[in-house]
Design a protein. Structure first.
Length: 295
């Protein structure tokens, strides 16, 4: 293999076609962004967006009489995330032998597909590769929710796809709990719950993503209808692996930057069919729709 960095970016699941798009970062982009301080700002919008998608509409708020009725929900949700302008650019910095150091506004991974080159007084050029020109990301997420046991509902997800090629295998799994603390003071017209969630997102040998979530919720259930609002604190850590015949293999760890989210949601039951919707108004801006069967 020619001396180059082999790096496979995320496959985005396009709703409607089910097409898996796997794109590669060319060697110059990988060397620029996986070896220096620019990596965090270039890739963190991707980490924030995928992490928020995995954390959306995970919890079960089914609360008829929290400790006396069992329910099982199987379904799927679609998380549609808007890539806002602040997620498309960042301030990149040059490195030696470029002198003196310069700061340039450049695209993130979601930004314009246009590379930029800065030149120093000696004519040395420093290139900043472009992004992929992405305005929206849609992610299809399975749902399993079960409860209620000891005033707690449980949730989980698992998907594993063998796609072959360099990507080989995609895995997405997670689990969480939502505990109704308002049961302890015998609230009837509303509920208050606290929850936690862990999600993993892996792409072959190239990406290992870990996501953690803590959430507080307040809502009300009236017969077939349910509504709630939530405040979330989330953390994400993604290891992007690369191979380099010249300098050896390695990885860079990217942390999420947008940790706090607020949103509202609601659901309605029609016999065994349950329809859900959520929306978050802090970065990233996201809308979720879910459909499932509940017993």
């Amino acid at each position: 293999m020619k001396p180059a960095v082999l790096f496979i970016l995320i496959g985005l699941i396009l709703i409607g076609t089910g097409e898996l798009v796997a794109q590669g970062l060319p060697a110059p982009a990988s060397k620029s962004y996986l070896r220096n301080a620019n990596a965090q700002n270039y890739l963190s919008p991707f980490v924030d967006l995928v992490g928020a998608s995995l954390h959306s509409m995970n919890f079960s708020y089914h609360h008829p009489d929290s400790n006396k009725k069992f329910h099982l929900h199987l379904g799927v949700s679609v998380a549609a995330s808007i890539v806002t302008d602040p997620m498309k650019t960042f301030t990149g910095v040059t490195e030696a032998p470029f002198t003196p150091e310069a700061s340039v506004e450049v695209p993130t991974i979601f930004g314009k597909n246009e590379s930029l080159t800065a030149y120093d007084k000696n004519g040395t050029g420093y290139s900043f590769p472009g992004g992929f020109g992405i305005n929206q990301v849609n992610l299809l997420i399975p749902q399993l929710q079960v409860g209620t046991l000891f005033h707690t509902n449980f949730s989980g997800k698992f998907v594993a796809l063998d796609v072959g090629g360099e990507l080989k295998r995609i895995e997405m799994y997670g689990f969480g709990i939502n505990h109704f603390i308002s049961d302890y003071w015998h609230a009837h017209k509303y509920f208050v719950s606290v929850g936690g969630q862990y999600d993993a997102f892996n792409l072959g040998e190239y990406l290992e993503g870990r996501n953690w979530l803590a959430q507080a919720s307040v809502g009300r259930q009236v017969k077939r209808f349910n509504c709630w609002s939530y405040l979330q604190y989330q953390k994400a850590s993604y290891d992007f692996h690369y191979t380099d015949d010249e300098e050896g293999d390695g990885f860079v760890t990217i942390k999420g930057k947008n940790n706090v989210r607020f949103g509202i949601g609601g659901s309605v039951r029609l016999a065994f069919i349950k329809i859900q919707a959520e929306a978050s108004i802090l970065h990233p801006i996201m809308v979720n729709l879910g459909l499932g069967i509940q017993f």
